[in-house]
Design a binder for this molecule. Structure first.
Ligand code: NDP
Ligand code: PYC
Length: 337
């Protein structure tokens, strides 16, 4: 028996949205941010769940995000759909752009959703899962702020630059992965620090470039890319495609703009959407071939990415989201204060 509380997805969404709108976010902004935060908590993604509310409020207080932003969707007949997020959080901008880019991808086979001038504090699986639930494959990526040393370097330059991929599966949950291109998300380091735990080796270096397992020294130093030169190159690609190419901040520019890593980062986001039906060009059944590959992976006993998340989601949907007394106290403090 624990002292944990079970709260329904609906009740937690109303509570989080209320905290955000009381703080000054418009209803559409507050609702979209709340949906994303609660989806993270529902899926046991603690590093992007209710713990992020405080960061959203800090970013608002520092006047680094527009709480009443009205995103504008811009489209022509090309494959590029652009949403100007109006300096707001990315969540509402994505929700507005998603049906438009899905329609474009169905028409052209491939389309991109570019979100400019947004603040992004969240995971990227909501983006690719939304597309997969519409029968579309998608890749999503964005820079962050400079906190990661390139392989062979020792100073923060790259962001933790997340990359996500989604593939629709007939009649089931999609194949989705979503990871930071650093060894771990920065949110994880902060959770280790709060828990008073040492980091695993190989995650970070301190401010002098020496390997460290102390989360405080790591937060003051640099995180490391996953997979050495390979993760470093993928992270660089994200800086180029989802920063330089779309006319938005790279991670060092985002850090310069903010002047701190304690606020949510401002930059852009790139989502590339494919219609597997159109892309296969009649050369076989893409969905069936995809299923054969995914089932063969699972058939070896390997766990599919997002499986943990989908299991957590099922539990949350049936019994509610489990929050600790400390998390409930924090929510009450934010609501009342
Ligand atoms: P994890 O390492 O926790 O997970 C990465 C992916 O791998 C997930 O899809 C996960 O599925 C899957 N996975 C984990 N373990 C296994 C396994 N043993 N076998 C198969 N698949 C596995 O993610 P990170 O810590 O790198 O990133 C966490 C989140 O942080 C991401 O959602 C990312 O988008 C977000 N982030 C956001 C940033 C931003 O600027 N907005 C910056 C950096 C990160 P499952 O979830 O089911 O465990
Ligand atoms: O967890 O690395 C992270 C992160 C950075 C910005 C948002 N999330």
């Amino acid at each position: 028996m624990t002292d944990n509380t079970l709260i329904s997805i609906q009740d937690l969404t109303v509570l989080v949205s209320g905290i955000l709108t009381n703080a000054g976010f418009s209803q559409p902004q507050g609702d979209a941010i709340a949906r994303t935060i609660v989806a993270g908590e529902r899926d046991a993604c603690k590093s992007h769940g209710v713990y992020r509310i405080e960061g959203c409020l800090r970013t608002l207080k520092a006047e680094k995000v527009n709480p009443v932003a009205q995103p504008k969707v811009m489209q022509d007949d090309s494959a590029v759909v652009r949403v100007d997020a109006d300096a707001g959080f990315a969540n509402l901008a994505f929700e507005m752009g998603a049906p438009v880019v899905a329609e474009r991808a169905r028409k052209l086979g491939i389309a991109t959703l570019i979100i400019n001038d947004c603040t992004h504090f969240a995971a990227l699986w909501p983006e690719v899962e939304t597309m997969a639930n519409l029968g579309l494959a998608a890749m999503a990526m964005c820079p962050s702020y400079a906190t990661v040393a390139p392989a062979g370097g020792s100073k923060p330059l790259l962001g933790t630059n997340p990359f996500a991929f989604g593939w629709p599966r007939p009649g089931g949950t999609p194949y989705v992965f979503d990871f930071a291109t650093s060894v771990a998300a920065r949110g994880e380091l902060e959770l280790y620090r709060r828990a008073g735990k040492q980091l695993p080796e190989g995650w970070a270096v301190d401010a002098d470039g020496n390997p460290t397992t102390d989360p405080t020294a790591a937060l003051a130093g640099a995180m490391l890319p996953f997979g050495a030169h390979k993760g470093s190159a993928i992270s660089t690609m994200i800086e180029l495609l989802a920063g330089a190419m779309i006319g938005d901040f790279t991670s060092p520019e985002a850090l310069d703009y903010l002047g701190t890593t304690t606020l949510a980062p401002r930059h852009g986001e790139l989502i590339v959407v494919f219609d597997p039906l159109r892309m296969s060009g009649g050369r076989g059944d893409a969905a069936a071939k995809g299923e054969a590959m995914i089932e063969a992976i699972a058939g070896q006993g390997a766990r599919l990415p997002s499986q943990r998340r989908f299991t957590a989601r099922q539990k949350s949907q049936s019994v509610g989201i489990e929050l600790t007394p400390a998390e409930m106290d924090e929510l009450a403090r934010l609501r009342d204060g």
